[in-house]
Design a protein around this ligand. Sequence first.
Ligand code: SAM
Ligand code: SF4
Ligand code: SF4
Length: 336
Amino acid sequence: MDAVTDTRNRPLRDLRISVTDRCNFRCVYCMPREVFGRGYAFLPHSQVLTFEEITRLARLFVAQGVEKVRITGGEPLVRHDIEKLVAMLAAVPGLHDLTLTTNGALLKRKAQALREAGLRRITVSLDSLRDDVFMAMNDVDFPVQGVLEGIEAAQEAGLHPIKVNMVVKRGVNDSDALDMARYFRERGHILRFIEYMDVGTTNGWRMDDVVPAAEILRMIDGEMPLEPAEANYPGEVAERYRYKDGGGEIGIIASVTQPFCGACTRARLSAEGKFYTCLFSSAGHDLRGLLRGGATDDELSAFLRSVWRIRDDRYSEVRAEATASLPKIEMSYIGG
Ligand code: SAM
Ligand code: SF4
Ligand code: SF4
C-alpha cells in the first residue's frame, strides 16, 4: 500500500502514544494543581486502551508508514507493567525506533526492566538542577537528585543516547540553562531546550513567559561555542547544535518562535484511544470505539488513512495570543 500523505503532502512517520493521563508530578506548565487537584476525574481504567489494543494500533500505524514510536503520557512509568508494553511494541515488525519520555521519578526502579524489554533510548525531563526551582516547577516537592539517579540508572542499563528535556519559562528557570548545559555536556547526555508552549487551556500561557530558543543558544554559545549540526532525519523537531570542541551536542525545540508545521509528520494516540493529528487539535478521532466494536484490520487501516489524508493542521504557524485560548486538549492527556 502507498504511504499516506496529508493535504500538505506530509507523510505519517511518527506516533506518540499516551499510555495514561495520570502523573505523579503537577508541573505548573502542564498539570497545574488548581485544575488537576484531588477532585480531578482521570480516565477510568475501563476507558484506557489495553496493551493489546495499543499494540494492534501501533502495528496498523506502522503499516501506514510510521517508523518511530514514542511512549508518553501523563507519566508512562506510572502505568502498571509498562515494560510489558515496551516488549510488545519492540516486537512490531518494521518499527525501527521505539523510545519513551519520562519525568524520571520512577526510572531508577524501572530502567533495567525497560532495557531488557527492548527499549534502546530514553528522554528524561528535568527543568533545573536547583531543588527550590525544580520543586516549584514539579509542585510535588520531588528532588533533583531523584531524577539524576534515574538518569544514571538509565545509563547503566545501556539506554543510549539519553536526552534531557528542559522546558524554559521566563523568570522561573531561564537562569538555570547554562548550568544544565555544563552538567549534561560533562556526562555526555543531549540537553534539549523546549520553548514553553500554549498547550491545553489550563497553564495560563502568555507570550511573555516564553524564552526564545535563539536567546538560549546565544547564552550557551557565549561560554561553550556551538555550531549547527545536520538533522538526523527530515522532520526532526529539535534543531541540533554541536559543541565546537567535540564535547557533544544540544537541541533546541523552538515550536513557538520557529514553528515547524511544514515538516510535521506526527500523529498522537491518547490513552483512551483517540487519534489526533496535531498537538493543538480540539477533537480526536475515536479508535477505541472501532476496536471494541469489532472493526477488522482493513477497516481500521482505511480509517487511519482517511483521517490523515484530510489533515490540514498548522497551529504553530498561525499561533497568536488569541489562538492560545481556543479549546485544546491538555498535554498530559494527548501526550507531549
Ligand atoms: N511525564 C513525562 C515527562 O514529563 O517527561 C511525559 C509527558 S510530558 C507531557 C512530555 C514533555 O512535554 C515533557 O518534556 C514536558 O516537559 C513537556 N511539556 C509539558 N508541558 C509543556 C508546555 N506547556 N510547553 C512545552 N513543553 C511542555
Ligand atoms: Fe507530568 Fe510530564 Fe506533565 Fe510534568 S510534564 S505534569 S511530569 S506529564
Ligand atoms: Fe505538528 Fe500541530 Fe505542532 Fe504544527 S502545531 S508542528 S502541525 S503538532
